[in-house]
Design a protein. Structure first.
Length: 235
């Protein structure tokens, strides 16, 4: 048996994955032990005894609990019995009876009808003719029979008008920034005249003036861009 396993790789020959794997598995080089022969024999005997103790023992079943295959007689119901059973058994859909589900559907429909707002009646051809006769002046139209009047649409604004509004908005912003700049400059002049001025407060005012000036330059650039685009739209 060992010789056959050692030669199993010849079925696939060396050099193939299966042949190399079988050769490595059954043709390992064994190294002889350097222990004394008597000591090696005792150790091997102890190992075998330990493996025998650790090996699980088969569970024995007592004869009183042993399974005995006893054939049971099969009973087949007749067609009449099957029909009777089907008539007596309640018809179920899922886990609920059909009558229960129908009752739940009716209750749900009643709840929806009470919660639903009254639907508006559609105007038919006859109703349209009656409205046309009333509008012609032959018959006065009651206020409650008038059709709803749609809200007027807001006037359409052209692109040039939008740019003019944007320019006005930017100019008002530029004017407010210039007023703030003048106010901050006056505060800085009053502070520089005062001998007991605070350097920290003076630095804060100068920083605010610089921020306002930067913002004013940006707003001025936007105004010029909008004016240039407005000239192009008007051409």
């Amino acid at each position: 048996m060992t010789a056959k396993l050692e030669d199993a790789y010849r079925t696939f020959e060396r050099g193939t994955p299966a042949g190399n794997l079988l050769y490595k598995l059954y043709n390992k080089r064994t190294v002889e032990s350097t222990l004394d022969r008597d000591l090696l024999a005792r150790l091997q005997a102890q190992r075998r005894m330990k493996e025998a103790r650790e090996q699980p023992k088969p569970k024995t079943i007592p004869k009183s609990k042993a399974y005995v295959n006893v054939p049971r007689p099969t009973y087949r119901r007749s067609d009449d019995e099957i029909d009777t059973f089907r008539r007596m058994a309640p018809v179920r859909v899922g886990k609920k009876a059909v009558n229960t589900m129908k009752l739940e559907i009716k209750l749900r429909q009643a709840e929806l009808e009470t919660e639903r707002p009254p639907a508006r009646k559609l105007i038919g051809d006859k109703e349209k003719e009656r409205f046309a006769i009333k509008q012609s002046g032959l018959e006065p139209i009651a206020a409650d029979h008038l059709p709803p009047i749609a809200a007027p649409r807001p006037p359409r604004i052209s692109a040039a008008e939008k740019r003019r509004r944007e320019i006005k908005k930017l100019e008002s912003e530029f004017a407010s920034l210039s007023a703030d700049l003048e106010r901050q400059q006056k505060s800085l002049q009053q502070l520089t005249v005062n001998p007991s001025r605070s350097r920290k407060q003076e630095a804060g005012l100068r920083a605010d003036i610089a921020d306002i000036a930067t913002h004013m330059r940006r707003v001025d650039e936007l105004i010029r861009e909008e004016e240039a685009l407005l000239d192009l739209d008007e051409r």
